[in-house]
Design a protein around this ligand. Structure first.
Ligand code: AMP
Length: 396
């Protein structure tokens, strides 16, 4: 269990509460195309509203790199959030985030009212955890609540710096839920515990592989990263994604798995094509891949093998697609894994990012125990690291 002060432990009535949310939602022509992160924030916001807090919400959106960029304004979020909450969310449109509009709106807030600041990354200091912007943010409020799990792996002003200047600090329900699920899965899993890793690169998941080999009963590796493992086994991988510098590492991990008696599964067949295109003619390759072919998905035998390994699992953590799932002709492996997870009675936890998108797009979202709202953050959690955003949420 998360050992932090929760919003159930603090008094917010009549107090101005700065709430760091993760409203980093995808936008297209000013419209929000996926509002999971907004709905995920609602339980915390509703609780603080019901308790009579005066809420000042803040978040980043995209990467404006320290400058106001109208296309990355949080204005559409304020509008949609007003609808979702059924009450006005006043938007403080200051290019400097904490400016005259924000200060006035914060001073005028009544119990149970809500306002939203402009994109915190309009200020260059945000991502440098600078003191001036941290103090500016803190000056608006008396209490701090961090509910932005998606940013917890970053030490920025709005989730870390600000905690130096506000007390009490607490974590919201979303943060608590994320850490409870991921923490319990990794540290007290019901066994068998199976982890599935995919995605493009071994190099971005080195520490995850290493840490999970100390915890799991079975580690399944698919996606682009599998080819470095196949190469390490002496197979030819053609023009597939290969990180030559990590072949030795892959060998080391296979040895570690054997020494720890962890079952390590890598693809036995792959779907290959000569071009990186959905309509490229493809075939299933068993064994070596031809020099002009690249592996773009796991093959049918592998899908069956992976599904069989998941059948008796009691805890499963999944991060990264099994193939280039954005192209329908190479999505079958990712679909098969999602389906296998939907059919078993286990605690199933989906790391954010691509695997979360895949599960949701494929319509299996409600069959999973927990879908993380933080791709990078959940990955660093699986590396066994303490996340700065979580560490800072302790009262100073
Ligand atoms: P990551 O961001 O590292 O989790 O990787 C996700 C990306 O990996 C997705 O965009 C997939 O299309 C890509 N991917 C998965 N399998 C392969 C593959 N066999 N070849 C190339 N890219 C892949």
């Amino acid at each position: 269990m998360l050992n932090k002060k929760s919003i159930d432990d603090i008094q917010v009535k009549g107090k101005r509460v700065l709430v760091r949310c993760d409203f980093n939602v995808p936008l297209q022509d000013g419209k929000i195309t996926d509002e999971v992160r907004l709905t995920a924030a609602l339980p915390t916001l509703k609780k603080l509203i019901a308790d009579g807090g005066r809420l000042i919400l803040c978040s980043h959106l995209g990467k404006p790199k320290g400058e106001p960029k109208p296309e990355l304004s949080l204005a559409p979020v304020a509008e949609r959030l007003s609808e979702l909450l059924g009450q006005e969310v006043r938007f403080a449109a200051d290019p400097e985030v904490v400016g005259p509009n924000a200060k006035k709106a914060a001073a005028e807030l009544q119990d149970g009212e809500v306002m939203l600041l402009e994109n915190t990354r309009y200020r260059a200091e945000e991502t440098k955890n600078g003191e001036a912007f941290s103090k500016d943010l803190a000056s608006l409020a008396e209490v701090f609540v961090d509910d932005a799990f998606g940013t917890a792996h970053r030490a920025h002003c709005s989730n870390v710096g600000v905690t130096e200047f506000l007390s009490p600090c607490a974590v919201g329900y979303l943060m608590q839920k994320e850490i409870d699920f991921l923490g319990n899965a990794v540290n007290q899993p019901e066994r068998p515990f199976v982890a599935i890793l995919g995605g493009s690169k071994v190099s971005s998941k080195i520490s995850v592989i290493n840490n999970l080999l100390d915890k799991v009963d079975t580690l399944i590796i698919g996606g682009g990263m599998a080819y470095t493992f196949l190469k390490a086994q002496g197979k030819e991988v053609g023009t597939s994604l290969l990180e030559a510098d990590y072949i030795d590492y892959a060998k080391e991990m296979m040895e570690k798995a054997a020494a720890k008696q962890v079952e390590l599964l890598i693809p036995m067949d792959t779907v290959v094509a000569k071009e990186f295109a959905n309509d490229a003619p493809s075939r299933v390759a068993e064994g070596d891949i031809q020099p002009d072919e690249m592996g773009l998905d796991i093959g049918p035998k592998t899908r069956e093998r992976f599904a069989a390994a998941l059948k008796n699992a009691k805890t499963v953590v999944w991060n990264g697609p099994m193939g280039v799932f954005e192209m329908p002709n190479f999505a079958a492996g990712t679909i098969a894994v999602a389906k296998a997870l939907a059919e078993i009675s286990a605690t199933t936890i989906i790391g954010g990012g691509d695997s979360a998108a895949a599960v949701n797009q494929l319509g299996f979202g409600d069959k999973m125990t927990h879908i993380s709202t933080g791709g990078g953050a959940s990955l660093e959690f699986l590396e066994g690291k303490e996340l700065p955003g979580v560490a800072a949420a302790d009262d100073k």
